[in-house]
Ligand binder design. Sequence first.
Ligand code: XMP
Length: 516
Amino acid sequence: TILILDFGSQYTQLIARRIRETHVYCELHPFDVDPQFIQDLAPIGVVLSGGPASAFTEDAPRAPQIVFELGVPVLGICYGMQVMAAQLGGQVENAQTREFGYAELAIEPCQLFRNIQDRIAPDDKPMLDVWMSHGDRVDALPPGFSVIAHNAATPYAAMADESRRFYGLQFHPEVTHTLQGKAIIDSFVHDICGAGHDWNMPDYIEEAIGRIRAQVGNEKVILGLSGGVDSSVAAALIHRAIGDQLVCVFVDNGLLRLHEAKQVMETFSRNLAVNVIHIDASRQFLEQLKDITDPEQKRRTIGREFVEIFQLEAEKINDAKWLAQGTIYPDVIESAGSHTQKAGTIKSHHNVGGLPESLHLKLLEPLRELFKDEVRELGLALGLPHDLVFRHPFPGPGLGVRILGEVKYEYAELLRHADAIFIEELKNSGWYEKTSQAFAVFLPVKSVGVMGDSRSYEYVIALRAVQTEDFMTAHWAELPYTLLAKISNRIINEVRGINRVVYDISGKPPATIEWE
Ligand code: XMP
């Protein structure tokens, strides 16, 4: 295992993903994790992430000293390098000139940069193009260290103590803008830490199946299937492990997309022969949502209804002992929460939390250690359809938060059809893969139009398409006008009740991705 200590950089999860991509298992923990935990984990190498703090202040977050005493290689990135310098006897200062963006570095021969360079300068020096983003910098090296990369603005752009195998990089190897970043990370984990290539999907499936069987024995497992990627992959994996001991409950809340319920049943019940109980509760949800206009109250109502229905079904399944959930690694990291992480929740995201206690079931979470891209890879390896595995995220409350104000069946139907046209055209044009999330929103306001010779007075559909890495910030997608024109035409012509289509050009922040 490679241990990554998180000092709160927005790129920390990227470090973990890059390491996993080199087929090495790694874990990410807050920088202030218990030293005993680190000792017990016995990592073969440690990475200190970047972070927003200043290493030269009194109360700056520090790496647990044990990290430097384990006798294993340590790589400090950005703040991680500064904290390493500060703790090992060097000095950090506020740089006169901050550096953001591309920088060209001259590098020295060392184990970390072995066989790595972007080009050779006229004076025969190997050069590296890197992505910088820092205000502070190392000003004096700790004893034992030497410079392995520099330029005029940053004399200590990278440092190394090769006898102890400690390395510091002022730049970010984990972002794709640093072209040789992957090679540098590869060099650190394989050549310097001596990691093997033992993190791969086929082996992982075998191991996971073994673990699930050992965990549940011959007891029954219940899983709430939503049709989303995580719960679907969890279902496919558990089914592979224990077959009919798994019972899935699929609750149709009436707020799903066009034909979604049918697709879920076809994929799981028919094609994969998974035991799925299909509950059509759309009427019940709509009744409960009547007259409710406040977004948070809608979320709570939908969440509560779901729990109630799910619980009722679960109780009917005799001798079920386990509740399976599609929790993935980013969920685990977020709920572990170091205090460098931003705390406030902007919206109360509904999930099935709260279920386990009331049901007295044990929790089975087979995807707990996987990142989203690994979950997708696993899904494909388990034979799930490409469309399902690569679908955009869909919120738990579904169309409930995409119909502004009160939710009505009539509105949901209009939205479903408009949304289906939008998504179909995105897929046909190749834009579905180029956007992270796209959907239609129903606005319950009427505007005037003209259709044929008569005046129309009908509802508005807004289209939203965003590009984002992490859904915390997002840009609206610059869809081609010709594509928008085609979608607008189709929606207005094919969805009776809509006479106007608008495109949302707000970024997050200040807007959110969903409209409610
Ligand atoms: P926002 O609107 O907060 O959305 O920018 C960020 C991401 O979270 C999804 N989202 C939700 N997911 N329950 C969910 O399961 C919710 O209540 C919820 N609200 C937003 C949203 O679709 C986007 O991917």
